[in-house]
Design a protein around this ligand. Structure first.
Ligand SMILES: [Mg+2]
Length: 276
């Protein structure tokens, strides 16, 4: 009798759990092409692209996209991170690729149509799927409905890893440097990870890899990254700082001298309405 009660209780709990889940947040099951592959979750802004929302003579954009959001038409000036196409193509051989961005859906949709010409990205999760706590954007990977030990999450903002730190791989922010090689340098590491039985903690695997092959990202990039992230932490989700009065958009190749200038936060930039 006790056993029957226990089974009934378990059934009730499971039923309750599924009733509370919002199925719209979950990915569809993997199709035959990607079945069994591990999952690579990628942030969008400053990880794969950089976008501006007004013209900036110092920003070397490659295209202007029209994005309609809540009845307003925005011009989005976009620059892809170097080696993005090659990165997506190579990673699609080993991983199911998912985007997880704090940008709005309308923006994400337009940007992905432009950058993913070969259609390697399976799906995306946008702003409505993020959690904002005290102005900090958190990305909960459990809503993806994929095994967490089979998943790597790359983002330029360390706050994004707060909920599942073992999955996080921090990449330096991209603005518009033609010389940025971060995606290219990540390819061999991610290929090596794809054959492992478990991918977490990612930082530990990265450490092992770098002890043999050397650091993937330079010290300067990492230092700048930490500086920028510390500044961003104190700001609300709608605002992003610029690091110079007249932004040069060369952060990923900034020298020591430029680094000194970078610590001055001179104004908030409200035009980054969609990004995050
Ligand atoms: Mg980002």
């Amino acid at each position: 009798m006790n056993c029957l009660k226990c089974i009934k209780k378990c059934y009730k709990n499971i039923k309750q759990k599924f009733a509370n889940q919002d199925s719209s947040f979950q990915l569809s099951t993997q199709n035959s092409q990607i079945r069994g592959k591990k999952t690579l979750v990628l942030d969008l802004d400053e990880t794969l692209v950089h976008c501006e929302f007004k013209e900036n003579k110092n920003f070397h954009y490659e295209i202007i996209l029209d994005v309609e959001h809540r009845g307003v038409l925005y011009k989005v000036y976009l620059c892809k991170r170097p080696y993005l196409r090659e990165f997506l193509q190579q990673m699609s051989l080993f991983y199911e690729i998912i985007i997880f961005t704090a940008g709005y859906e309308s923006y994400c949709d337009k940007v992905l149509k432009y950058i993913d010409v070969d259609r390697h990205i399976s799906d995306y999760f946008a702003r409505s799927n993020c959690r904002f706590v005290n102005g900090i954007c958190l990305k909960d990977l459990t809503i993806l409905d994929r095994p967490l030990d089979q998943l790597i999450f790359i983002d330029n903002n360390p706050n994004a890893f707060d909920m599942q730190p073992e999955n996080g791989l921090l990449i330096p922010s991209f603005l518009d440097s033609d010389e940025d090689k971060c995606l290219l340098k990540l390819i061999p590491f991610l290929k090596q990870m794809a054959i492992k039985s478990k991918l977490i903690p990612v930082s530990s695997f990265l450490q092992d890899y770098e002890s043999i092959h050397g650091a993937i990202f330079s010290d300067t990039q990492i230092t700048l990254q930490c500086q920028a992230d510390r500044d961003e932490c104190s700001l609300s989700e709608e605002s992003v700082v610029i690091l110079e009065n007249d932004p040069k958009h060369r952060k990923t190749q900034t020298t020591q001298q430029q680094q000194k200038q970078a610590i001055k936060i001179l104004e908030y930039r409200s035009q980054t309405l969609f990004s995050g």
